[in-house]
Design a binder for this molecule. Structure first.
Ligand code: ATP
Ligand code: MG
Length: 355
């Protein structure tokens, strides 16, 4: 039997608090399912580590991580270091070197959760975002022409290969999960070089998946759709920048940061993928024991799905929903009075019943 090797990076702030609860869930799964086993190695690469060593991870950090089946990440960063340090020294090197060119975000209003939208329609779709190139490039610069005249240029880099890979992943995901439609978030009417290439490559890929319908929307119109008719969406395919913005809007309509999971995926499995809650280290509530562990536990469920264990993914997600629906054990961000630990324990109890 395969023993999954998981690298655990709890990080800072509420990261370690919510990670604790996710690890309880993981242990419950292997205790109760004889066909599932794992081994974890914890890495203390966080702000304390940075203060001591001047780096977020050791020089050979990526080499240490490479042999794992996956990485479970909490949240990194606190007020002692500038915000870009954990991003550029830890998260981005992992994403880039491990070619995690897919960012996967389910936008699903779980049973028992509230949405700020008026219509309590079904909200259940996914965002697949290009995660390795596009608008977030370091190419460009500031050109100074004297004090009052400044000019800055920021280049977007899109390649046929990069677009084709994310589009193929999206359509294949739709096929595997029996989704009927892929919606392309574009802006090729105004961004005439990169987004037209994006559209044409996405359309070519769409032609290879005839049974899945394809539609193209401008990203501003999609933002409106998220609010007005989210039930029309099944899978939104977006570039790095557009996907980033839409994902935050998505989490806002589906219960907020405390319950929003994400995955950074290397689809061919050559390198480990990384699973992490959308939220950061939330210094304002760190140490109080009231962080919502659902985002971290759902991220763990996405990891199980990525291992090919959709059965375990579903059990974890249903157990989370059982707790949310009961409304007895909720953290303050979603209207309750329970602690992080109480919510984690309640999810474990529901899971034990479902195994
Ligand atoms: P970072 O820069 O690390 O992303 P941030 O300042 O943007 O941090 P987040 O950690 O993303 O803040 O969270 C924003 C706010 O949302 C927090 O201050 C916190 O109040 C709330 N929040 C985030 N995650 C959770 C959670 N798991 N449970 C409860 N509240 C949360
Ligand atoms: Mg943040």
């Amino acid at each position: 039997m395969k023993v999954y090797k998981i690298a655990v990076l709890p990080g800072d702030g509420i990261g370690p608090e919510v990670m604790n609860e996710a690890l309880k869930v993981l242990k419950t799964l292997s205790d109760m399912d004889s066909t599932f086993d794992y081994e974890i190695t914890e890495f203390n690469w966080n702000t304390d580590y940075y203060m001591e060593h001047g780096l977020m991870m050791p020089e050979n950090g990526l080499k240490q991580l490479k042999s794992f089946d996956s990485i479970l990440f909490g949240a990194a960063g606190d007020s002692r270091v500038s915000e870009h340090i954990p991003i550029w020294e830890l998260i981005m090197p992992i994403r880039k070197n491990f070619q995690q060119y897919i960012n996967f975000r389910p936008i699903k209003l779980l049973r028992g959760l509230e949405t700020p939208l008026q219509q309590k329609e079904d909200i259940d779709f996914v965002i697949i975002r290009e995660n390795a190139e596009g608008e977030y490039s370091t190419s460009g610069g500031k050109m100074y022409q004297g004090e009052s005249r400044e000019l800055a240029v920021q280049n977007t880099i899109m390649t046929r290969e990069g677009i084709s890979k994310v589009a193929t992943y999206a359509f294949q995901y739709a096929r595997d999960h029996k989704l009927r439609k892929v919606t392309n978030a574009t802006k090729s009417n105004a961004i005439i070089h990169t987004m037209t290439l994006w559209d044409s490559v996405v359309e070519e890929v769409a032609n290879d998946f005839k049974e899945i319908s394809y539609e193209k929307y401008y990203v501003d119109a999609i933002a409106a759709l998220f609010v007005e008719r989210p039930k029309d969406l099944q899978l939104v395919l977006a570039s790095n920048l557009f996907g980033d913005i839409l994902s935050d809007l998505g989490s806002a309509i589906a219960g907020g940061l405390g319950v929003a999971p994400s995955a950074n995926i290397n689809p061919n499995g050559e390198y480990p993928s990384m699973f992490e809650p959308v939220h950061g280290s939330a210094p304002d509530i760190a140490g109080k024991g009231i962080a919502n562990p659902v985002a971290q536990i759902w991220s763990l469920a996405l990891m199980l799905q990525n291992f090919g264990r959709s059965d375990l993914h579903d059990k974890v997600l249903f157990s989370i929903e059982d707790v949310l629906e009961e409304k007895r054990t909720l953290t303050p961000d979603i209207g309750g009075k329970a602690t992080t630990e109480q919510v984690g324990d309640a999810i474990v109890r529901k899971l034990q019943k479902r195994m």
